[in-house]
Design a protein around this ligand. Structure first.
Ligand SMILES: [Zn+2]
Length: 499
């Protein structure tokens, strides 16, 4: 019962945008808009403790370039982590004693970048990197293992925060969330979802959908997701998706009454809603009725943009841009040629989305990276491609893209006061990067360059070279006047997983 589609009227912002690195200089434009986001206190997600960090543990990073996710340029210094939290940033008192203390784990930064762990605003742990249609048939045991593996892949890629955007089976997301928090398996901090809710004539992939028609049945499904399954987020599948060839991305399948009922029920139960909303009318419904997190928003029009701008402290947008690019340009090897993708509308959608998202960034609407990794041509482990797209297509500076992926996703998790920055008092979720992501944002895509990964004050990854103290000038007959960069590729490879 999709509504008859009218041709989209032109929008008032430039549709053809210049690609390339932003010319913006100075303070990152998205800091204030991220800090201004204020979801109602009643929607604060449950606080999950992560177990397994010894309270007496101390980790010292020396000589690092600190990219702290504030408006400050990266600066040289040292960082001390005690127990679960960062306690000193820049100057660490008693550093000489700490360095000599055998109980302190010391990482010699040698000028590498220390920054917050990354965040993904639209995550599917349960997607298998293959055929989504078959996920419904996959045995729950195999599917649990697959979900666990994706969670591990996120943390192995330097991601420490993820916002669940739908689970292919009811309990997979919550089980994996709880196992991560219990310290049983490794993975990022996670807000779990259940199956996406769609009308019987509006689903994208039937086998992984919770069907509901009309306000009453939708309320019932939401109550079940919250009270029986234990979700943190609720997902509505409101618009179509061109790859289905039967449900257009420009069509909205929800009614006003249904959207209003879902928001009312979800918020009443203290949970936020997110929505697959590509169509113009689906975006407007999200804003009008208060769906907190808007995914995609490709076909937003002038009226929708104005509505969203007025309520920009109550919503964030996570476009999941990599899906559009990869479906259009990189799916051929998987049997989905570019000509086909263009024919069904992905080129048109990408152009509309990029133009609209640039306008959102200009108007101070919060746009966050992440989304829809776990399809065949958007494989797990490639999550940081989103940051490159933000820089190349959306007029974000590299600094703004990193702030969105760290401070921004922390705000989405409603934990901006304790996650997403390198700051005393914050949880020690951080990565040591061999390179400067402000000069080359793509360095974050290279797992070999993410040398150390910490979450909750615990070392998740550190290659062998981190344990070899650098030679000091004056030792070994001065054979090492300059501290060399130890290159141990054959050992490193063994210690790192390939995705
Ligand atoms: Zn998705």
């Amino acid at each position: 019962m999709a509504p008859a589609r009218i041709e989209e009227p032109p929008v008032s912002w430039p549709v053809k945008a210049e690609n390339g690195t932003s010319q913006h200089k100075g303070r990152p434009r998205n800091i204030d808009s991220i800090d201004a986001v204020k979801f109602d206190d009643s929607l604060q997600p449950k606080h999950y403790d992560m177990f397994g960090t010894h309270p007496d543990s101390r980790i010292l990073f020396t000589d690092v370039n600190i990219l702290d996710s504030s408006d400050r340029h990266p600066f040289k210094g040292d960082v001390l982590i005690e127990g679960e939290r960062i306690t000193q940033v820049g100057e660490v008192p008693n550093i000489d004693e700490l360095k000599k203390d055998r109980k302190v784990r010391v990482f010699h930064g040698k000028g590498r970048t220390l920054m917050s762990g990354l965040g993904d605003a639209h995550t599917h742990f349960t997607w298998n990197g293959g055929d989504l249609d078959r996920l419904g048939e996959l045995g729950v045991e195999e599917h649990t293992l697959l979900t666990m593996r994706s969670a591990q892949c996120y943390i192995d890629s330097g991601y420490t925060m993820c916002f669940g955007a739908a689970s292919a089976k009811d309990r997979l997301d919550v089980v994996i969330r709880d196992a991560i928090n219990a310290g049983d398996i490794s993975g990022p901090r996670y807000l779990a979802n259940a199956k996406e809710i769609a009308r019987r004539d509006g689903e994208l992939v039937g086998g992984i959908t919770a069907f509901a028609d009309g306000p009453d049945e939708m309320r019932e499904v939401i109550r079940r997701h919250v009270n029986e399954i234990g979700v943190d987020n609720i997902k509505l599948s409101m618009s179509g998706e061109e790859i289905t060839e039967i449900r257009s991305a420009q069509d909205c399948y929800f009614t006003d009454e249904e959207t209003a009922a879902c928001v009312d029920e979800g918020h009443e139960l203290g949970k936020r809603l997110c929505a697959h909303a590509r169509a113009r009318d689906s975006v407007k419904m999200c804003v009008k009725h208060g769906v907190d997190v808007i995914f995609h928003a490709s076909y937003i029009d002038d009226e929708g943009m104005d509505m969203l701008e007025k309520k920009k402290t109550k919503h964030v947008v996570a476009p999941g841009l990599n899906w559009l690019l990869a479906t259009l340009y990189e799916a051929e090897a998987f049997g989905y040629p570019q000509s086909k993708a263009e024919q069904v509308g992905y080129k048109k959608e990408l152009d509309a989305a990029v133009a609209g998202l640039r306008e959102m960034h200009r108007r101070g609407i919060v746009v966050l990276p992440g989304g829809d990794y776990g399809f065949a041509w958007t494989p797990h482990g490639t999550y940081a491609r989103d940051l490159e797209h933000f820089v190349k297509l959306l007029d974000f500076t590299p600094h703004e893209a990193i702030i969105a992926a760290t401070r921004g996703v922390a705000a989405l998790l409603m934990r901006g006061h304790e996650l997403g920055q390198i700051k005393a008092g914050y949880y020690a979720d951080c990565i040591l990067v061999d390179g400067n992501p402000l000069e080359d944002i793509r360095v974050l895509q290279n797992h070999d360059k993410i040398n150390v990964i910490c979450i909750n004050g615990r070392v998740h990854k550190a290659g062998r070279k981190e344990y070899i103290a650098p030679p000091v000038s004056g030792q070994d007959d001065n054979k090492h006047p300059i501290v060399p960069d130890l290159d141990l590729p054959e050992m490193k490879k063994d210690m790192q997983k390939n995705y």
